[in-house]
Design a binder for this molecule. Sequence first.
Ligand SMILES: *[C@@H]1O[C@H](CO)[C@@H](O)[C@H](O)[C@H]1NC(C)=O
Ligand SMILES: *[C@@H]1O[C@H](CO)[C@@H](O)[C@H](O)[C@H]1NC(C)=O
Length: 814
Amino acid sequence: MARFAQLLASAAALVAGASAIGDESILINEIGRLNNQSLLWGPYKPNLYFGVRPRLPQGLWTGLMWGRAEGYTDIQQLFRYTCEQGQDIHGYGWDEFDARTGGVQTIHDEGNGLDVTISFIKVPGGSHGGSWGARIKATVRDDAPPDSNYLVHYYVAQEELGDLIVQGDDNGGLGFEGDVTFKGSSHSLGDYNVVITKGTGNHPTSDHEISATRRGDTTVVRSVSLAANDVWQAKPAVFQFMQDTIKDMQQDYDEENFPPPWQIYRIKSQAGGGNAHVVQKVFEGGFEFDIIFSSASAGKEMTSKDITREIKVASESFGERFSSVFDLKAPYTAEKYQKFGKSMFSNLIGGIGYFHGHQLIDRSYADEYEEENEGFWEDTAEARARKAQQLEGPYELFTSVPSRPFFPRGFFWDEGFHLIPIADWDIDLTLEIVKSWYNTMDSDGWIPREQILGPEARSKVPPEFQVQYPHYANPPTLFLIIEDFMERLRSANGSAPAEKEKLSQGHTLYSAHLDNLELGGDFLQKIYPLLRRQYDWFRKTQRGQIKAYDRESFSSKEAYRWRGRTETHCLTSGLDDYPRPQPPHPGELHVDLMSWVGFMTKSLISIADALNLADEIEELKKNLFAIERNLDDLHWSEKEGCYCDASIDEFEEHALVCHKGYISLFPFLVGLMQPDDAKLGKILDLVGDEDHLFSPHGLRSLSKQDALYGTEENYWRSPVWMPINYMALTQLYKIGTQEGPFQRQARGLYNKLRTNLVDTVYKSWEETGFAWEQYNPETGAGQRTQHFTGWTSLVVKIMAMEPLDEAVHIRDEL
Ligand SMILES: *[C@@H]1O[C@H](CO)[C@@H](O)[C@H](O)[C@H]1NC(C)=O
Ligand SMILES: *[C@@H]1O[C@H](CO)[C@@H](O)[C@H](O)[C@H]1NC(C)=O
């Protein structure tokens, strides 16, 4: 340990003193620059089926829309743009994706009778983040209505000041015969071209007289200048243009001699300058075309031929990388699990988005922050009704999202789980995301738990959920990622000089922060004070009362209470409707929160140790000791054999309130229990008890025996959730692989839980085409939000975990 700290310290000293020599700080800057370049472009509008934007507050963004030109009323319903739940789409998402090179997405659009494949590739080069291309290919499904015509729109918009001008001639409004080229330039992107190729496919014809002005075989472009606040509204823009053409037509024809639908919606071409452009094509049956963005600084314009080649290269390297990063273990070595794993992982990493804009924060009711009065939750409701929120910002956030259709924005507690598989794949990308989250922290140490940035993000959220409160916490799961990174850095020990060589040639990123001790150390040194600030904020704002109620415990300080609970919910805990003491009481103590604080303390100790911060370590170790003792003194129930929340009873006494379930396991889940602790045996009994938590589909959120099992909203009151199951699984693995009285029990549980989880998610995915937010503990069916490829994607990690031999030799049985 000490050796590693020395090594890091000398690496850091090297960086600090480097300006004289130059080498190391140049390396750090150079890798930072390369990383920015490599991550500039992506499908960073995950709320759309396909929306490409750069990782910049303002820039060029583009998006795809399509729909069958069917009866005159179906156009709204069949129009595809934002990802939606419950449409007649049988599965969609990335089959392969890598943030450095691109990937392939397929959309099984039953409603329209199309299977759409979108291949997206990135090509490095030049000084403006390189070039990219997308191939849009649609084939008609067997179940499609015959002779269908499809309207396809591509939206191209420039948010930054600059030029974006269509080249060439649109035949006086009839449209372009060949490819369409936009020439653009702006400060952050330099000069560039966007080409939308003519592509292939049949175009519809009609013998209606309107055909003289509305042809099917051209590409029309409608250019317009929109107000800055409206540029994000691509779909209303398209509908506005379609309405214009319908209006024209209604004047000229009555119902008997209306032209066919595809001609009704055919936009009149008005190509030129403007910050927004709608490109429209119409096809009879399947089609294919490319969108090619070439950065001038890359020196060479990309062509469709380049795209064909790059798609092949990207797919091959994805396949190779997947099997080496996620080495799936028995019984999941068959090809079908590879495919499943690739899809789950690709949707997670392909769901990463970049968000920018203002968010609603209410800082007005500082007096109520403490929530000290009995009946505080009613005061809180009153304070909320004052509606004193204000827009703050702009903020930016680079993050993955829990679900593209339903939750296309950043969620603090989900993010740590999202990054577990991503960190195995691309630690440099992962640390960018971690940094981005910590950049949103305020000077007190608060990070808004749900980040709803800008009007587009807000348009998806009901008003009552938009406002963030600066005394609300959320589980600090990013600590998982940072501690794990530190451990990997420690074991890599700066031993990959070959990688440095490659980097200087601009070849590879992914693991530069592990391959270069200086770089990894620099990251840890910069993030540590931010983690510490957040930790102090938790300890200050979420404190629970010990002395005020004469509680008996080892430490008179270590006790915690989530702020922001109501009678029915504790949203801040992340376990929304999990039963808590009733009625809410200012003397309440929450065992999950104390566990999270203990977990933060433990992580900080490891990181401080790596950074050789002796004073910090001493203080943190004292805190940890006190937390571990108080968890037992304030939260352990010997009678129930598990941990429980606490409240104040009618005699003004400390009283435990036990609802067996996820919360009862928390000290175990975050790794705060010793392998030889007798209490651990009881916790494992509870985990493994089929009448309580253990089900054939994973651990139930609440015990089957609890009076509230499956009641009311039933959100966290029976269903199986992946993140908690993953935490349990990793702890079982740990206990199962070190000597102790519960080693064998842990191994048995680990093996069973592992296969129960994977089999459940796989089966549901196979049947429905989707990953789900949670799973039914009785039937295993996926429930609630569909296309939930956030933390449910942890299943990839679980398939890559090794099964344990249960015939373990246990010393005290000899
Ligand atoms: C990378 O981009 C971020 C903003 O996204 C910027 O703050 C940082 O300075 C850039 N780093 C380098 C080395 O260019
Ligand atoms: C780590 O690297 C240092 C210096 O490069 C070396 O002395 C040490 O033995 C290495 N430690 C391990 C555990 O490999």
